[in-house]
Design a binder for this molecule. Sequence first.
Ligand SMILES: Cc1cc2nc3c(=O)[nH]c(=O)nc-3n(C[C@H](O)[C@H](O)[C@H](O)COP(=O)(O)O)c2cc1C
Length: 255
Amino acid sequence: MNIPTLSEFEALERRKSVRAYAKVPVEDEAVEALRACVDEVNRTPGLRFGLVDNNRTRTPAVKLSPGMFSGEVYTCAVLVGPGDELGGELVGYFSEKLLLRAVALGLGTCWVAGTYDRKSVPCELAEGEKLWGVIPIGVEAAKTPILQRTIRSRIRAKDRADEAFVESDYPFSSLPKWVREGALAVKRGPSAVNQQPVNVVYKGGLVTMRLWKEKRNQMMYNDLGIAKYQFQVAAEAAGVRGFWNFGEDGEFIAE
Ligand SMILES: Cc1cc2nc3c(=O)[nH]c(=O)nc-3n(C[C@H](O)[C@H](O)[C@H](O)COP(=O)(O)O)c2cc1C
């Protein structure tokens, strides 16, 4: 394969929401790798992600809101899963796996729940299913217009302090390195309107996560799943492999 491949952690470090795309198709090998990842994700009961590939015809894979995005994408992931809170979390977790795969292949991505035309993506829902959002996947424009640069820097300026991401009886600096790295990866990850609603809870040697905002919305469950995936990748890069139990009280089980 002559397309770049980064490690998952390198992709996590490089990822940012790309809102300016070049009108360039994604290479066939990259589309194949993405399709393989979608197939793998869809082995999880209830998940029914799709991949729109219009690279041959060069017709936009999704109609993105022109006020937010510039350029075009010919590839797009369609995130369908159960419509309840646990479904939202599962969609979040596995969407981040797919999104980081795309970044590792050198592509630009953005999690989009709102600023697109839902009718522009092929999607028939069964009872109980929900279209949670889409991930445009394309080649980042060489130059990002000022509007899209401003959107990101304004929204990221509201980042919380590193220490705010962990609830523990110990100060942030004395936490195990893998917990600190995991929490920093949660901060670095995408969240709806950069609300950063997920905290890492480290108590009695156990790691869980908590939605700390009083007012809830459905996208926070996507954010919870995304945070779990981000944490897991960073913990592993820091030497601790593990997996998550899903649900709000689900623990991280170190292997
Ligand atoms: C569940 C979810 C929904 C999102 N919806 C949108 C959206 O509709 N439009 C958009 O431009 N960005 C959307 N984003 C991207 C966030 O705004 C972005 O992740 C956040 O501002 C942090 O910036 P970064 O991803 O560049 O680090 C969404 C992200 C998540 C996780």
